[in-house]
Ligand binder design. Structure first.
Ligand code: HMG
Length: 471
């Protein structure tokens, strides 16, 4: 497969140290609120029905900017690149910290101070479209290289988000926090993107949104899963149609065209829901393997479609295909939770770390983003040979290990979780004429990390976020 050379050269992930253990502490505290008769019943629903084991939480000194800066710091240090060779630093987020200033400007300032290297020629935009913001940033970065206008060696796109729902709401178990930074280059060691393969779909939807005055999203959970399926499927079909237009793909079956798929993962079960749309056609296209999946009903209602897709997911032929095409991408989502714009790229990092290199080198992977409100971008990339060696130093397995197993992550209690969940920038006792900032006390004092240390209190910097590297 001939691949044009622009794509992802390295991926670094930063997940906060703190987490809530879902089958024990969370299920014990919430089973009655969630309509379950026991902790065990809710634990089974969360771990088996939804797919989550740990929910990552930001400490009081962490926010989307510090997480993004931590991920980019890891990217720069582990690849050994010069920050001055970065000409485009884009942040994709829906947890924006300012109505006007780009979060990427804050990240750039933190990195300039830390590395003591000015980055004045670097562009630093913020991209927002719910969970698809970073994918829009990635497409822009690829096109900068393709246009021939870009004079620097690297672009960086960093997805960073804190997923928050109301306490005791159905979405609460799918919260999370983290950042994923992508190094984009004209000689990528991990994934090279194909050209003219982008598929897109956008619909003006109400499935999930967060007005400026709200800290948590307004979400219609069941409806959001349906919108996700329909919008991603439409973008996927356009991407497949464009792949089919390429002379080198003439005569190829769908199963040859699409060996691997990585999706936005708000929770691991969602990827299975999506797979029950994708995989039947892929399997039926392969004449060498008879497909014995259940046949869809004629003129089905929405409920019949749901039941049919459930019977497809339970079928051994589906499960084998799912293991082959998508399962490797889900390994870490259950250990972190939803990280909104970063979830797709956490899934990509998982795919690269978990798959057998012999199975994926030189093969196509379709990246399927989704952002509520609603949009999907689907694009195609080829896994580069030697990727596993290049990616080895960014191991997530180690980053996500908990303290009890000798790692860095610390389990917190439900009281501690609810304290952190309730933190805001501005204190409730603020008035229309006087803004007071909330006192934010960390559960674990920051160490060797970037921290939010306060807010400007003068007339000329009132509310400006103040960050520091804490040794
Ligand atoms: P729910 O309504 O509590 O769950 O919340 P459910 O009743 O749909 O059950 C989920 C699964 O658990 C089902 O499996 C149950 O059978 C099973 P299925 O039948 O579908 O295969 N189950 C059990 N399994 C084992 N043991 C048990 C048990 N009980 C039930 N005891 C919902 C689900 C997604 C609605 C909720 O989590 C929610 O509101 N989440 C937030 C919204 C969301 O994540 N939507 C996803 C699509 S939209 C998206 O991805 C965009 C987003 O990332 C934001 C952005 O773009 O910015 C969210």
């Amino acid at each position: 497969m001939v691949a044009p050379h622009v794509g992802i050269d390295a991926i670094a992930t930063h997940v906060p140290k703190l987490f809530v253990d879902m089958p024990t502490d969370f299920a014990a505290s919430r089973f009655l609120d969630m309509g379950c008769s026991s902790r065990e019943q809710l634990a089974s629903k969360i771990t088996n029905g939804i797919g989550i084991r740990k929910m990552s939480m930001t400490d009081a000194h962490e926010d989307p900017v510090t997480m993004a800066a931590m991920a980019v710091r890891a990217l720069i240090e582990k690849t050994g690149i010069d920050p001055q060779d970065i000409g485009f630093l884009a942040v994709g987020t829906e947890s924006g910290v300012d109505q006007s200033k780009s979060a990427a400007a804050y990240v750039l300032g933190i990195l300039e101070n830390y590395f003591d290297r000015p980055m004045r020629n670097c562009m630093a935009p913020q991209y927002q479209f719910a969970c698809a913001g970073a994918m829009y940033g990635l497409e822009s970065a690829l096109n900068l290289f393709r246009s021939g206008e870009f004079s620097k060696k690297y672009a960086v796109v960093v997805a960073t988000d804190i997923a928050r729902y109301e306490l005791k709401s159905p979405g609460e178990s799918t919260q999370g926090a983290g950042a994923v930074a992508l190094l984009i280059s004209g000689n990528p060691r991990l994934l090279a993107f194909e050209s003219r393969t982008l598929g897109s779909c956008t619909r003006d939807e109400r499935d999930f949104f967060r007005p400026n005055w709200r800290k948590t999203a307004v979400v219609d959970g069941k409806y959001s899963t349906q919108v996700y399926l329909d919008v991603v499927q439409a973008a996927y079909e356009q991407s497949i149609a464009r792949l089919r237009e390429k002379p080198e793909n003439e005569g190829k079956t769908l199963s040859e065209l699409v060996p691997h798929i990585v999706c936005h993962v708000p929770f691991p079960k969602m990827a299975e829901y999506m797979a029950s749309r994708f995989l039947p056609d892929i399997l039926r296209s392969d004449a060498s393997m008879p497909c014995d999946l259940p046949v869809p009903p004629k003129n089905p209602t929405t409920e019949q479609i749901r039941e049919h897709e459930k019977s497809v997911r339970a079928h051994p032929t589906f499960q084998r295909a799912f293991q082959r095409t998508m399962a490797d991408s889900l390994h870490f989502a259950g250990e972190v939770g939803n990280i909104y714009s970063g979830s797709l790229f956490l899934a990509l990092a998982s795919f690269l770390e978990q798959a057998n290199p012999a199975d994926i080198e030189g093969k196509r992977v379709l990246l399927c983003s989704y952002g509520s409100g609603a949009t999907a971008l689907v694009n195609s990339a080829i896994v580069q040979s030697g990727y596993a060696e290049a990616h080895a130093k960014f191991s997530l397995e180690e980053h996500l290990r908990s303290e009890t197993k000798g790692g860095r992550r610390r389990q917190i209690t439900m009281n501690e979780y609810e304290y952190l969940h309730g933190l805001q920038d501005v204190a409730p006792e603020s008035t229309a004429t006087q803004t007071k900032f909330m006192t934010r006390k960390s559960l674990v004092a920051p160490h060797d990390e970037f921290a939010l240390v306060g807010f400007g209190e003068q007339d000329n910097n009132h509310g400006l976020r103040l960050y520091k590297y804490i040794r």
